[in-house]
Every structure is written in C-alpha cells, then in structure tokens.
Design a protein around this ligand. Sequence first.
Ligand SMILES: [Cu+2]
Length: 321
Amino acid sequence: MSALNNIILVAVGILLTVASIWYGQNHHLLPASAADSAPLFDSLFNSTITVATGIFLIVQGVLIYSAIRYRKRRGDEGDGAPDHGNVLLEIVWTAVPAIIILWLGVASLDVYQAINSGVDAGGHAHSGMAMAMEESSYEAKDPSYAYTPVVVSGGEVGQPDLVVQVQGMQYAWVFTYPESGLVASELHLPLNKRVRLDMTALDVNHAFWVPQFRLKQDVIPGRETHLEFVPSKLGEYPIVCAELCGPYHGVMGGQLFVDTPEAFASWQEEQILAARSDGSTLALAPEVQPESAFAKAQHHRLGIPEDIHVLHRQFGSQSSG
Ligand SMILES: [Cu+2]
C-alpha cells in the first residue's frame, strides 16, 4: 500500500513538472517580441511562469484532495485527531519559497543589467538651467531646411548606430533625430541597428513603454534617461505612456515603426521633402513653429480639449480654434 502510494506520488510529481514546463513555454501571455531585449526578458518570464504554475497546481491539488478526502461524513460529530504541527513540513515550506525568491531576485538583476548594458542606467541629473539650454539645442541649426538624412552605419556593439531624442509631454511624444534635425510624431527605427533613446519630459513624469520590446523607462523633467536596444522585427508597435501623467494619460500613445534600412532612409527623405515644399510643416520646422503648436496638433488628433493648454504655461501656448 505504501509502495503504491509512493508510485502515485512520483507519477503526480512527474505530471506536475511536465504540465508546468509545458505551460511555461506555451502561455501566450506576452505580445510578439521585436527587440534584442525581449528574449532575455521572456526567458525569465517563462521560468517564473513555470515555477508559479507548479506551485499553483500543488496548492490547489492539495486543497481539493483534502476537501474531498477529509470531508465530514454523515453522522460524524467528533473532533479530528490532535495535531501539534510538523517541523519538517514547516522547514520545507519556508526554505522552498525563500530559495525561489532569492533565485528570482538574482535572475531579475541579471536580466536588468544585461538589458541596460551600454546605458548609463540612472541617467544623469541636470539643473533646470542646463535643461533649458539642452532644449534649445534640439532646434534645427539651419533655417533653410538644408537637412541631411541620418546616415546609419553598422557600428560595433555597444556603440549606437542611431540616437533619437525623445520628449514626453502631456499628452504626446515628440521624436527628434539630432543628426538631421528632423522632428516627428512617429518613431521610425531601422531594423537590426543599435538605437539609443535620450529621453526627457517637458512637464511631468511620463514613462516610455514598448510592450513588444519589453522596455519601459521613466521619462522625467530636468533629467535625461536612456534606453538602448536593437529592433529585431519589422512592424508597427504601440508606444504607451506607463506613468499616470494627468487626466488624459490614457490616450498618451504613439506609433513605433521598425523599417528596413531602405524604408527608413526613404521615410526620412519624404519628411525632408515635405518640409521643403511646405515651410509650415510644423513637425519638420521646429525653428519656425514652437513645440506648443506641435502639441496642439497632437491634442486635436487625440480629441483633447484645447483649453488643456492652460496647464502648459511653460509653452506659452496661445489657444486658437
Ligand atoms: Cu504621460
């Protein structure tokens, strides 16, 4: 009988292990992975799901088994057998979670450091004055639209091929390509090139999040934060603000396009041509139009009332219909 019990116990253990490993690899809880940072994150997530599934099945299994096996029988009015605890069991159920949490902490730190390698993780603090000077340097230098497309080289690992300045504001993202002076409301990135985002906020805290890249980073006024990665899959991905930043936080989003290098180059050329043919093209002529006007266009697109600009005193916004 005891031998049979042991066999059943081993069989249940094998079944639990197989079920946990299978679910850890087939949960479909994550969106497609589209950057080099994603597989690192995903393998940790899958391991966590495997362990969590095992614990879930054990706990629920023991609960259901006990409820059935030790249920009150008809006519049974007596107490259960006296029990003074089980030292071995208590050691096991303390040690096992402690080991799991320790492993999870070390493995998470490992992945975090791998994803942030090559990036000054904390960014560096700026004074308000330094910040204001930095903002003015975002403007294109040449007023005659003599932009040149960003040349994307195949730089060595750890050396970004492309740097994009990201500005978060209530309730939009603005992307500046400093090499060409291009300012856009969409983020276009070339496939398989190392990209660094230099990010700052104009008003309150925001957070730049691309679920398909498994990257999320706070974007803070008066301070520059960074993300560095290699987009690894062509496509269009949502950019989400992951920090409650005001009443219209929920609509603060954007689009990220991972293009072939050729498509990326032609997108840039299109933008530059548009700027040449129409001097008022706001997104391409930051020296002509203040950034507040760009924000206004975003607000219009998102259906946000224009008087929200009253909140944007730092832009000196002049509302108009
Ligand atoms: Cu935001």
